[in-house]
Design a protein around this ligand. Structure first.
Ligand code: SF4
Ligand code: SF4
Length: 386
């Protein structure tokens, strides 16, 4: 297993980490026999970094992961856990959640402690209620070893957090070859952390699985130009070839996926120039798919009397067009959007159109998006009922 020394923290970690957020499930609960086998496989293959969070698997993940790791010597692995963002009213609230987390884990200390899913708004709130000081207090007490945060926002928001508090031990960001230069601007996040010498943990190297199950037009490019190379291994090796990435999290859901992932890092080779060229071809093919040029500025949203989340509809529509991701589209439309925010509520009043700097014909594009998303949802529902 490829290892990585992090001099600023005085530890050596496996380059591959296991994220316990997509473990196998049955009837809405973690399928424990299979999940335990998967975690054991990871440990035995040399993975030493295990990541969980308060809300994963509806609160089951922390206890499940810690329970599966308990048979191994505590000093042989690093546990990462995250303080969730909740409607804390006072210091007592987030302290109580932390104690609940330690109780679920049944462990004395957390190695990598993260403030979960940080963004500009949450950082402001956390500062107001004293969370960063509390995290440092946990560190002084030895209950956590390293203090960091996972991040979902713009480079400007990251810069603000790093300026406010420069001494972070590490930061976790979403990074993969698609999002390097997408609207997420992950490349800028990576460069900012690298410039400041802050260790980097990467989540979503497969972009929620999308880069492993690319649509046929993209898979064909890889199969033709790089016979025998899987899309998943290509995506992992792209991240692994970045010099300042320390740990890459995999969210495997099956033993087969876990084995494929550990194999990449047991016998790791950086990408060749030809492989970078093929990834460029894949990106060009994805970019050529028609999409609505929405930048997500949200100027249209406040003008809409129906409360439609126009940029989110276009985001889901664009992702469907590029990745043929019926299941993800279905899930996003049902879970990330309230019923009143969906495209079907458009009354074609046109109030949003003049607000759009991109001059998008929003009512017309919403009609197309609604049809495409609706068809994807039907296919996903049919596939799920089989
Ligand atoms: S045209 Fe549709 S999306 Fe635009 S403001 Fe009217 S109801 Fe909202
Ligand atoms: S105003 Fe235009 S670009 Fe901005 S979010 Fe709305 S549709 Fe997208």
């Amino acid at each position: 297993m490829l290892k990585r020394e992090i001099p600023s923290l005085g530890v050596t970690v496996s380059r591959l980490g296991f994220g316990a957020m997509r473990m196998p499930e049955r009837d809405g609960k973690i399928e424990r026999v299979e999940a335990t086998r998967m975690i054991a496989h990871m440990f035995e293959a040399g993975v030493t970094y295990f990541d969980t969070a308060y809300p994963y698997h509806n609160g089951e993940s922390e206890e499940m992961l810690a329970g599966a790791l308990r048979r191994f010597p505590r000093e042989r692995f690093f546990l990462a856990d995250k303080l969730p963002f909740l409607e804390y009213k006072s210091e007592a609230d987030y302290k109580a959640v932390t104690e609940e987390q330690f109780s679920r884990l049944g462990m004395d200390y957390i190695d990598f402690h993260l403030l979960h899913a940080m963004n500009a708004k949450r950082w402001k709130f956390f500062k107001e209620i004293g969370v960063p000081q509390y995290q440092q207090e946990l560190k002084r007490q030895g209950r956590i070893r390293f203090a960091g945060f996972s991040f979902h926002d713009s480079p400007e928001a990251l810069e603000q957090i790093l300026n406010d508090q420069p001494d972070w031990d590490f930061v976790q960001i979403q990074l993969n070859y698609f999002d390097w230069a997408s609207s997420l601007r992950s490349g800028e996040l990576y460069n900012m952390l690298a410039d400041r010498g802050i260790p980097i943990i990467v989540m979503e190297p497969l972009r929620g699985g999308m880069l492993a199950s690319l649509p046929p037009y993209a898979q064909d490019i890889i199969a033709t130009r790089l016979p025998g190379v899987t899309p998943a291994s290509l995506a992992y090796r792209w991240v692994g070839s970045l010099p300042y990435v320390d740990v890459i999290l995999t969210g495997a859901s099956t033993i087969a996926q876990a084995k494929e992932n550990t194999a990449v890092f047991e016998d790791f080779s950086p990408l060749t120039q030809k492989e970078y060229d093929v990834i460029d071809e894949v990106l060009a093919a994805i970019a050529a798919k028609p999409s609505v040029p929405c930048t997500g500025c949200r100027y249209c949203v406040s003008a809409c009397p129906q409360g439609i989340n126009i940029p989110q509809v276009f985001y889901i529509y664009n992702e469907q067009g590029k990745f043929d991701c019926d299941g993800t589209t279905h899930w996003r439309y049902l879970n990330e959007m309230k019923p009143q925010e969906r495209a079907e509520n458009c009354i074609e009043c046109g109030a949003c159109v003049s607000q759009c700097p991109q001059k998008i014909d929003i009512p017309e594009e919403l009609k197309v998006a609604r049809k495409t998303i609706g068809e994807a949802c039907k296919r996903a529902a049919a596939a799920e009922s089989k």
